[in-house]
Design a protein around this ligand. Structure first.
Ligand SMILES: Cc1cc2nc3c(=O)[nH]c(=O)nc-3n(C[C@H](O)[C@H](O)[C@H](O)COP(=O)(O)O)c2cc1C
Length: 214
């Protein structure tokens, strides 16, 4: 059953990352990289990020979600608050998000503290979503065990009937989390595994910028 994957080898040569050419503010640096990835060929789901939480069982767990907004207040994604990740964050608000952008050979890792966005912000975003996604949020008891797929299809049909011709309200159990960063790491792949890694941590008025060994 052993599969040898040792032959998968790639040399990263597309870009460099130096302290001199990095923005002093990590939010600006993130924006610069995000825009460059957005505009680069071959990109898919630039806003997909992995969010890692510490579960009630003490184990870390990570899964992909979509970044829906970011500014100096933090990085926002939406989910079901009663999901496994929702419960984990209620228990321990320390999380880590990361982005892997293979087409530009980049990774960004952000440690932060998660908190719920306001009901107003969640409602405004919920109302901007397509009707199918709104019904999906009501339909799925995210992370619960369900008997079969038919359970979801039946519930969706019932909800379609219930809300026919009506506005769909945001469920109380659904909304956004904003992650307020305490540390950023920007990783740029380089040749011979001597990658560039720059870390920003809070340092008085400004952020402290340090180079890490790859
Ligand atoms: C590309 C992609 C985007 C996703 N976006 C979201 C999202 O924005 N919110 C969400 O709750 N789940 C999203 N998911 C599903 C999650 O990865 C996960 O399966 C779900 O949130 C349940 O996770 P949990 O049981 O650990 O809470 C996405 C999955 C993928 C692959």
């Amino acid at each position: 059953m052993a599969e040898d994957l040792g032959g998968y080898r790639k040399s990263y040569e597309k870009n460099t990352l130096t302290q001199e050419h990095s923005d002093a503010n990590p939010f600006n640096q993130f924006k610069k990289w995000f825009k460059e990835v957005e505009e680069s060929p071959g990109v898919d789901e630039v806003n997909a990020m992995t969010v890692a939480t510490i579960g009630v069982d003490g184990f870390p767990k990570s899964r992909v979600v979509l970044l829906k907004n970011y500014d100096e207040a933090g990085f926002v994604f939406y989910t079901n608050y009663t999901s496994e990740k929702g419960e984990a964050i209620s228990h321990n608000s320390h999380v880590c998000i990361s982005f892997f952008w293979p087409n530009l050979e980049r990774q960004v890792i952000i440690k932060g503290v998660a908190e719920r966005v306001s009901e107003e912000v969640s409602t405004a975003y919920f109302q901007s979503r397509p009707r199918g996604s709104q019904l999906g949020a009501w339909t799925s008891p995210q992370s619960d065990v369900i008997a079969d797929r038919a359970y979801l299809e039946k519930r969706l049909e019932e909800l379609e009937t219930k809300y026919e011709g009506k506005e769909i309200p945001k469920p109380d159990f659904w909304g956004g989390f904003v992650i307020k960063p305490v540390e950023f790491e920007f990783w740029q792949g380089r040749s011979n595994r001597l990658h560039d890694r720059l870390r920003y941590t809070p340092g008085g008025v400004n952020w402290k910028l340090e180079r890490l060994a790859p």
